[in-house]
Ligand binder design. Structure first.
Ligand code: AMP
Ligand code: MG
Length: 413
């Protein structure tokens, strides 16, 4: 077989793609905008948490030693010399043999070293009866017991979810430096395409790819925007791409990469010399374009058939987005499932079949196929929730055998 006839494997193409993906400079974002991103700084506590000794319960601040002999039979009676609410701005003080009523979160007064919970007292206002002894430090949250001033709180690379955002807020950080969401521009090519909202005349097709790919990019963590349709014309395509170079971290086009007479993406970008068009040993998604334009902006040129473009996105673009986000795991996780029906696959080609994955009563997974061979079948694509991966060396999947499945789980569900 001549070398130019050899198809590139999926793994080879993916590693070429990932080698061509650099990194984006960190940016500062407000806390809620940083959700789901990775921290790009080491955060140290400027002050301790808790920042002052405070009560863990509603009760009475006391000196533990005073309560040594207290019991239900012989309660200890103490004079209550004040009331401390959460938010008290100054530190109260009290002498031995006295008590102060104190609320959860309120500062422990000087002179007290423990809190007796309300339920272990008679809840008195002027005088209170204590029904049991209290240990030193009981119901007291010590300053710095959670994190001390100068201690590391979160390291660069930490994923920011609710727990981490809560800590950052508690430490007084309203902004953090993070790896940003890559800005992805999605552009559809094809002279047959029209905008959604119009009713197609004969020969026209509504551009659905840009919605599908932009939403897949958003789901992968990117900041995705579609910029509409470009007709099959060299100059118009190069113009449209040029206009986006300052706005994009990644460009994605669909359509125009096959062997057809009007496959302008391939023609126009091949001339630039920085984008390579190859054939990958996969189905669907054989024609793939990848390279860089402008100031080293990565560009993916995906095939136009909707199923091909989504599969191509999943296999190549999603891992690239995750690399830009700084994530460690770039590829989707897979699960093993029992194939409910059989399927055939050409030798030497990695096939991605649309599937419906479900839980079996036994606890394992089962998967059935939807959509058949056609890469234009968007209705059945919408029924699928996974891709079944049939490896290169396998030519037949028999019903009842184990297959590898890539669930297309939504990040936000
Ligand atoms: P192409 O890769 O340009 O040869 O397109 C392959 C097939 O996909 C053709 O039937 C196109 O009409 C269709 N197609 C291309 N782009 C889109 C799009 N953005 N939305 C829906 N269908 C498309
Ligand atoms: Mg086309």
């Amino acid at each position: 077989m001549a070398d130019e006839d050899r198809l590139r494997t999926v793994d080879e193409h993916l590693s070429i793609v990932l080698d061509g993906i650099g990194s984006i400079d960190p940016i500062e974002l407000t806390l809620l905008d940083s959700q789901g991103l990775l921290l790009a700084e080491n955060v140290v506590a400027d002050f301790p948490l808790p920042s002052f000794d405070n009560s863990a319960m509603d009760g009475y601040a006391v000196r533990a030693i005073d309560t040594r002999d207290a019991s239900e039979e012989e309660p200890l009676e103490l004079q209550v010399v004040g009331d401390i609410a959460a938010g008290a701005k100054t530190r109260s003080g009290m002498g031995p043999g006295l008590a102060m009523r104190i609320m959860t979160g309120a500062p422990i007064p000087a002179g007290a070293d423990a809190v007796i919970p309300l339920e272990d007292t008679d809840r008195g206002l002027a005088r209170v009866s204590i029904l049991r002894p209290v240990r030193t430090g009981e119901c007291v949250r010590r300053a710095g017991e959670d994190i001390g001033a100068g201690d590391p709180a979160l390291g660069a690379g930490a994923a920011l979810g609710p727990q981490q955002l809560g800590l950052l807020a508690a430490l007084g950080r309203d902004r953090v430096i993070v790896r940003p969401r890559p800005r992805i521009i999605v552009l559809s090519t094809g002279s047959e395409l029209i905008e959604v909202g119009k009713r197609p005349s004969f020969g026209e097709v509504i551009d659905s790819n840009s919605y599908m790919i932009a939403s897949a990019a958003k789901d992968a963590g990117a900041d995705a925007r579609r910029i509409g349709i470009v007709v099959d014309d060299h100059a118009k395509l190069l113009d449209a791409l040029e206009n986006q170079l300052l706005r994009a971290d990644v460009l994605v086009t669909t359509g125009g990469v096959s062997m057809g007479a009007y496959d302008v993406v391939k023609e126009a970008l091949t001339e630039l010399g920085t984008v390579e068009f190859t054939r990958v040993a996969m189905q669907p998604g054989k024609p793939q374009g990848f390279g860089h334009i402008g100031n080293k902006i990565p560009i993916f040129c995906l095939p136009g058939n909707p199923v091909s473009s989504l599969v191509s996105f999943e296999v190549f673009v999603r891992p690239a987005i995750r690399k830009l986000l700084g994530k460690r795991q770039l590829e989707r996780s897979t699960v093993q499932a029992v194939a409910i029906e059989g399927a055939r696959s050409p030798r030497g080609i990695r096939q991605y079949r649309r599937g419906v994955l479900h839980r079996e009563a036994s606890g394992g997974y089962g998967v059935s196929f939807v959509g058949g061979a056609g890469s234009h079948l968007v209705a059945s694509l919408a029924l699928s929730n996974c891709l079944v991966v049939i490896p290169e060396e396998e030519t037949e999947v028999s019903a009842g055998s184990q297959v590898t499945v890539m669930p297309l789980l939504l990040a936000n569900r």
